[in-house]
Design a protein around this ligand. Structure first.
Ligand code: DAH
Length: 329
């Protein structure tokens, strides 16, 4: 019996030593410890002590071998996953600015140079800021031209960046000199020149003694910076409820210089913005005394600038994010 046990120990020792994986070792453990357990009831008291000793010995060896195997596995894994930080990396293709951002950043730079800073307002806006405070009461026909996404009766997606004028004047005393670029929303069907989401750049200047001449001078400077020194502007009378007087401003066609071409539809002029002198009622609504202060405001459609600038004939291209289109800028 004793010899039998010693024989098991000897074979087991060899097998354990050569077990190369955790699975091999587990199989050996099951096999030899089972054999050890097969002693009959009569044999147990006689050689129980030796059997226990051999079992403990094998268990120690198994544990030790297991440690070795695991250490080796870990080492192999570490070697396999070693990172050479001096290797050059895979070149990641770099993105670049979207055409809307290219032109917006240029416009911002121009206005920074003229002493303007940038303001902003929420896209989800109160009816009060988007309409009422801008002298567009409920049932005013001007509301019809700005098909509005209402959230509740008094809350909406802003249809213009003009509410930023109100927010700035509520928070800041004159002198004020800001632009407020941002997204605006109108429930328009999508086509080559319409999108329910588009961008405007609002402008507002309020101080003592501001006149229409300041509006003209500032916007002429802007147009020359954007389209070149030879650019001329012209003001056409218009109507906006929040300015008085109001105008639309055209620039001489930067494609033909004013002679008339397909880009300006033969006109020689291209409309780029609306503006005017801030209505006294609007100043009053914001706690600014119209007898002391005056101001001018303007609103630019960013998409129009971008489309003329890059000769893009379909607005949808600006939102589809097709890389074949975007890669061209
Ligand atoms: N908010 C006007 C629009 O969406 C654009 C505009 C016109 C803004 C005249 C102004 C302004 O600040 O003075 O049609």
């Amino acid at each position: 019996m004793k010899e039998q046990l010693e024989a098991i120990r000897a074979v087991a020792k060899d097998v354990l030593q050569s077990a190369a994986t955790v699975q091999d070792l587990d199989a050996a453990r099951v096999k030899y410890l089972k054999q050890m357990g097969k002693l009959s009831a009569e044999e147990r008291p006689v050689i129980g002590q030796l059997a226990n000793e051999i079992r403990a010995d094998l268990e120690d060896r198994i544990a030790e071998r297991m440690e070795n195997i695991k250490a080796k596995l870990l080492e192999e894994k570490m070697n396999a996953e070693k990172i050479d930080v001096t290797m050059p990396s895979d070149a990641k293709p770099l993105g670049h600015k979207h055409p809307l951002s290219i032109v917006l950043d240029e416009v911002k730079e121009i206005f920074y140079g003229m002493g303007f800073s940038v303001a902003s307002g929420p896209e989800i806006e109160w009816d009060y800021y988007n309409f009422e405070a801008l002298n567009i009461p409920k049932n005013h026909p001007a509301r019809d031209t700005q098909d509005t996404f209402y959230i509740t009766e008094n809350m909406l997606l802003r249809t213009q960046t003009s509410p930023c004028q109100i927010r700035v004047m509520e928070q800041q005393k004159p002198p004020i000199r800001v632009i407020a670029p941002g997204r605006v929303y109108r429930s328009d069907a999508v086509d080559a020149t319409h999108s329910p989401i588009f961008h405007q750049i609002e402008g507002l200047v309020v101080d003592k003694g501001i006149t229409m001449a300041d509006l003209k001078g500032n916007l002429e400077s802007f147009a020359k910076s954007l389209y070149g020194e030879d650019t001329k502007i012209r003001l056409r009378p218009h109507h906006f409820p929040f300015t008085e007087p109001s105008c639309e401003i055209d620039v001489s066609c930067f494609n033909c210089g004013g002679k008339g071409c397909p880009m300006c539809k033969g006109e020689g002029w291209i409309e780029i913005l609306g503006g005017g002198m801030v209505h006294p009622k609007v100043l009053k609504n914001c706690g600014v005394d119209p007898d002391v202060y005056s101001g001018f405001a303007f609103g630019i459609g960013l998409e129009r600038l971008v489309m003329f600038r890059f000769n893009i004939d379909d607005m949808r291209l600006l939102y589809e994010n097709d890389v074949r289109f975007l890669n061209q800028f």
